[in-house]
Write a protein that binds this ligand. Structure first.
Ligand code: HDE
Length: 700
């Protein structure tokens, strides 16, 4: 059948077959300031004709779009960041002459958190290390504290970084797995490079699956030097301590969160900051007297070792509060350029061979990513103090440098920039040495601190570690790699090794490992446990209440008020977001429909459903899963009598964490939720908890 000729419009009105144009007082212009009359249609030869290359507005717009992405970071690509302030306490002035560490000084900061292995668009909740990088815009220049949420690193020497990163990232032939260490190449590398064993133990612990970026600790890892006004130096480690305390998800939650909300951590940080609940951390230093260094059973230049805080206590030196979300993700979070060599007078580096390598890598990476040497001119990277030198030109130079002298010394402009005795002076560390490619003997012990970390955990945390090793090694196809890693576990803690071997169905199959140096028993450090030092609190946490038609509106109101008073936020979850009609006729709107607000996004839950709707909830798999997950993730649950059929369908059994909300139940529920999870439930369904060989308690 012949097609009817298409009706064409002859109107000269440019918007003719499309939406009407919008106008405002602000004219839309090209990048060069020319006002644009039509941003909806390309220029074409007749309304149904080909597009014309003469359309310079379109060409400019599409070219800019084609170039919108810059290369993502090779590591730490996925990040979320915020602006804030740092206020110094009295503590550090004695150790450092840095202006921002003098009592009461307030310094603007920009902090970027990141995962390490995945790409920029990957999920927020994999098992991974978290980057914790802070740019202090001090009066003496920018100081970058580029750290992680784990105090040690996988390798001892920067020359191994490309190998390590290649091994953890997706395998090169197949392009997966994205953002996961549970695959052959990672375990192959770390079981051969035994210096990684300590950090791997941390990565298998709950530290690697944080509940929120607001609830992680941070560490500078390397030993640094603080220099006082007289030039005296103190060796220190940097630590960040979150005001909200540390908290982690369970592994099953982390997996389900990956589906429920890929942006779980970014959204959480955004919600907290935009609602005025500003996350805060204390910055601590851990001084280590130089005279002690020789006598320590580890080398303070070895980044795979930590210094127990029970041996060398921390001193609080200031507080960082993050209070402003960036205006533009690309301009700020993406283009921010950190560098461990962005130092200020009063802070210096040490000879840690990993740190030394980093001092080169970070500039090099910015040259590639941002495309030239002028990345310091981008708004987010600019110092907020005067800056003058004779560096000139280069790709995308923004400064219009004036004058005739672009060199010094010069006599033509005597008031131009010159060196100052007040400037940064490298600590005059005496050095004698032979040019050599060799690791120090003092770096040879690769298993002692892994053992110390494991034995510093509570039984619940030890169980999680054993489960994590089991999960990851079960994903490793090569039996030889699994056996080699089991050999390391036997060296670290024979009970842990036996548990993981048993769980894998490989008892007695560990490949014996001859360590570079025999491990010994260090005293446990209870400060390394998350649960051991958790304080009861709901501040900054989120409670989900499931409601449905026929529910008790007064109870929901009371619950919400009591939870909010305890410092947490509340979200309602219902079969339909738009309308839930309570028994008394009150109509409520919810924040999520049940499938869209699964219980994994909450710290504790309440089920305040009505008799009228219980049958349809029992028939709704998302509702059953909601209750089942909350129970099996050991969450405290407040329930009403009407919820019983749903609880039965979900396998929820009565215990100290399932609280009837009638009577005084609301207060009991909140108090119990503050105390944390009901870990005993885990024992019932998983492998039995193993008592630690050495109790994580220290000498008095
Ligand atoms: Fe990094 N690291 N790193 N790293 N790192 C980068 O720099 C590198 C290391 C850390 O939010 C890159 O700008 C080498 C330790 C954070 O933008 C790159 C070595 C620690 C971030 C780089 C290390 C870190 C990075 C990639 C071994 C904790 C993200 C993009 C010698 C103390 C910063 C970039 C942000 C980023 C190199 C080891 C922390 C490639 C060569 C140890 C938090 O330059």
């Amino acid at each position: 059948m012949a097609k009817a000729p298409r009706k064409t419009t002859t109107s000269t009105e440019t918007g003719a077959g499309g939406e009407p144009h919008q106008h405002s007082a602000t004219p839309l212009t090209t990048n060069h300031g020319m006002a644009v009359s039509d941003d909806q249609n390309t220029l074409r030869a007749g309304v149904r004709g080909p597009s014309l290359i003469e359309d310079f507005h379109f060409l400019e717009k599409i070219t800019h779009f084609d170039h919108e992405r810059i290369p993502e970071r090779i590591v730490h690509a996925r990040g979320s960041a915020a602006h804030g302030t740092f206020v110094a306490y009295k503590g550090a002035a004695k150790y450092s002459r840095a202006a921002f560490l003098q009592s009461g000084v307030e310094t603007p900061v920009f902090t970027r958190f990141s995962t390490v292995a995945g790409g920029a668009g990957s999920i927020d909740t994999p098992r991974d290390v978290r980057g914790f990088a802070v740019k202090f815009y001090t009066q003496e220049g920018n100081f970058d504290l580029v750290g992680n949420n784990i105090p040690v690193f996988f390798i001892q020497d920067a020359i191994k970084f490309p190998d390590f990163v290649h091994s953890v990232k997706m395998e090169p032939d197949r392009g997966f797995p994205q953002n996961a260490s549970a695959h052959d190449t990672f375990w192959d590398f770390v079981s051969l490079a035994s210096e990684a064993q300590h950090m791997v133990m941390w990565a298998m612990s709950d530290r690697a699956i944080p509940r929120s970026l607001r609830m992680i600790e941070g560490f500078g890892i390397h030993t640094f030097r603080l220099i006082d006004a007289k030039g005296a130096a103190t060796l220190i480690k940097w630590h960040w301590r979150p005001a909200l305390g540390m908290q982690s998800t369970t592994w099953d939650e982390a997996v389900k969160l990956a589906g429920a909300d890929q942006d779980f951590h970014r959204r959480d940080l955004w919600e907290a900051i935009t609602s005025g609940a500003f996350p805060a951390w204390e910055l601590m230093i851990q001084p280590i007297p130089e005279a002690d260094v020789e006598g320590l059973p580890y080398d303070i230049l070895d980044p795979t070792k930590l210094v127990p805080e029970e041996d060398y206590p921390l001193i609080a030196v200031g507080k960082m509060t993050l209070n402003r979300w960036p205006d533009n993700f690309f301009a700020e979070t993406e283009q921010v350029a950190f560098h461990p060599g962005h130092l200020v007078p009063g802070i210096d580096v040490t000879n840690d061979p990993l740190l030394q390598g980093r001092l080169f890598s970070y500039t090099d990476t910015q040259l590639k990513r941002i495309g030239g040497p002028n990345f310091h001119e981008l708004e987010i990277n600019k110092p907020k103090c005067p800056m003058h030198n004779f560096q000139r030109d280069g790709m995308a130079r923004q400064a219009v440098d004036k004058g005739r002298t672009n060199y010094e010394p010069n006599s033509l402009e005597p008031n131009g920039p010159r060196e100052t005795p007040k400037g940064f002076a490298t600590y005059a560390e005496p050095l004698v040495g032979t040019k050599i490619r060799q690791r120090s003997e003092t770096f040879a012990d690769h298993h002692t601190q892994a053992r110390m970390f494991y034995r510093s955990q509570t039984p619940v945390e030890q169980r999680h570690i054993a489960n994590a090793y089991t999960f990851e090694l079960a994903k490793v196809e090569s039996e030889a790699v699994r056996k080699r890693q089991l050999g390391h576990l036997d060296l670290i803690d024979s009970e842990l090794g036996a548990t993981v071997a048993e769980n894998l169905g490989m008892p007695g199959q560990a490949e014996p490992i001859t360590p570079v140096k025999e491990p010994f028993d260090m005293e446990p450090s209870p400060a390394l446990s998350i649960l051991g030092k958790a304080e009861p609190t709901l501040v900054g946490r989120k409670v989900g209440i499931m409601i449905s038609d026929g529910c008790d509106a007064a109870l929901v109101t009371k619950l919400r008020a009591t939870i909010v008073k305890a410092g947490a936020t509340v979200q309602l979850v219902a079969p339909k977001v738009g309308k839930t009609t309570a028994a008394n006729g009150t109509v409520m709107a919810a924040d999520h429909m049940i499938a869209g607000g699964p219980s994994v996004i909450f710290d504790a839950v309440a089920i305040v459903v009505g008799d009228a709707s219980i049958a349809s909830l029992v028939a709704n798999p998302a509702a059953v899963q909601w209750a089942s997950d909350a129970f099996h993730h050991c969450k405290v649950m407040g329930v009403v009598g009407a919820a019983r059929p749903l609880l039965d369908a979900a396998g929820v059994k009565s215990d100290a964490g399932v609280i009837e909300l009638a009577g005084k139940g609301v207060e009991t529920f909140v108090q119990r939720a503050e105390a944390g999870r009901i870990w005993a439930r885990e024992e019932a369904v998983e492998m039995p908890a193993k008592a630690p060989t050495v109790k994580p308690k220290r000498r008095a």
